[in-house]
Design a protein around this ligand. Sequence first.
Ligand code: PEP
Ligand code: MG
Length: 557
Amino acid sequence: MIDYAIATTGTGVVAGLGYAPALWVKPAPVLPHCSKKLVPDDAREAEAARWKAAVETVAARLTARAAVASGAAAEVLGATAALATDRGLQRTAIKLISAGSTAEAAMVAAIAQFIAKFEKLGGLMAERVADLGDIRNRAVSELLGLPEPGVPTPESPIILLAEDLAPADTATLDPALIHGIATRLGGPTSHTAIIARQLGIPCVVAAVELAEIADGTMVLIDGAAGTVTFGSEPAEAEAKVQADAKRRRAVQSWQGPGRTQDGTAVEILANVQDGAGARAAAQFPAQGVGLFRTELCFLSAQHEPAVAEQAGIYGEVLAAFPGQKVVFRTLDAGSDKPVPFVAHAREENPALGVRGIRLGHADPGLLQRQLDAIALAATAHGGTTAKVMAPMVATIDEARSFAAACRERRMSPGLMVEVPSVALLADAFLAEVDFLSIGTNDLTQYTMAADRMAPSLAALTDPWQPAVLRLIRLAASAGIRSQKPVGVCGEAAADPLLACILIGLGVSSLSMAPSAVAAVGTQLSTVVLEQCRLAATAVLGCTTALEARSTALDFLS
Ligand code: PEP
Ligand code: MG
């Protein structure tokens, strides 16, 4: 008999079950400021010893963790431990303590000096700034007798609970021990979701009532349903987890190509950001690249690379997927992806400002040169017709002039459906171009008027929102009528359950983070097209995201 309570429901972002004791990421301590109260002369030596002991404890813990971690995690932990015992840091802190500072305040001030130095040096040194902050927080907590802050590295399996995870937390997450992640904040496109997806850890975000769960409580996390429950009957919970582990093993052995159980072909593609990313993606069973985010190649480029240089960069992605589909997206610079060589005026509201295709209004040459470079790369790599799509299109005029520029270069034009106007007028847009690709991240942001970067709006930036699903339906139906492909390349495609609904709505391809490819492919192989269509129809009748997800589960699980 099941006797459990749903502790909290959030947004499931990585499907899978985990059952283990909960363990919270401990918050950073409140940092002490340099106080006017000086440590008396005769106590300063002891204060310095207290500082040294705390730092040595922190370094020893990090070293011990490095010894049991592997790969990049071991390297990061080892390097952070070495940084903690840096002689320069010690000299600076001891000097401050000798002048009367407390050990805590000396740590804060010494690290602040180091952070300023590292930031000035730039490059790799600047990237260590987060590690310095981490060392400071750990040492100050140790000095104050508080639990160690940050992501714990447990000795046995846990479900990790946190407010939210930062990119710097990734190095220490070991999927062998972290059997699930639940956060109070975050959304489907938050760092937590991206990290969990990469590591294949069941994950629920935006679980607002998570705070009710105490450390040590046995919890069952369900990353598909988006629930975190406690009080489950252990044998029953374990059996569910075992069944899920079997499903995950099936995922590991999935090799593609994408098709439903009754044989309907569904292209399953990877999203990539550069040559290295494409080479890594080629290790997964993706059938090509459905979204090459070209702007991500240039996030630190101060000058626009010449056409030939750009062609070399783009050619790397074509080389990683020889003879396979590669869809280029022209520069989506601006807002959350500023590119230094693209002039951005200061904007009050950059997500609604001059980004993507709109950059061409002031500087048409930028797009022209990029299209020349893509055409050059395609010619150099087998001469296949390159597929190129424009981001942030909102009007037919934009679509028309983009399509003409592509066709002049013998390339196949497409558009991203990110602005609701394109979904609403999808037939007219499809008359101009060869394909559409629905960017559900921005489509959701603009449909729900909710900043995709704001963790507190996660419930709104959920692609299961019925209004978003209806817009997808409009775009996909237009594709069916015009017999032109309409795919999805936003994070929604990486959700195996939602992927089935998208196919049921008439979408013909799905492009996603490479690590999600096998899970989506496996899920599609367990359902028949008619089941997806019935589920999609039922989901379209729902009025809330929660209802939509649970209806889909009823039809498809
Ligand atoms: C999207 O908006 O869904 C998309 C795929 O583009 P990006 O996430 O790069 O804005
Ligand atoms: Mg987008």
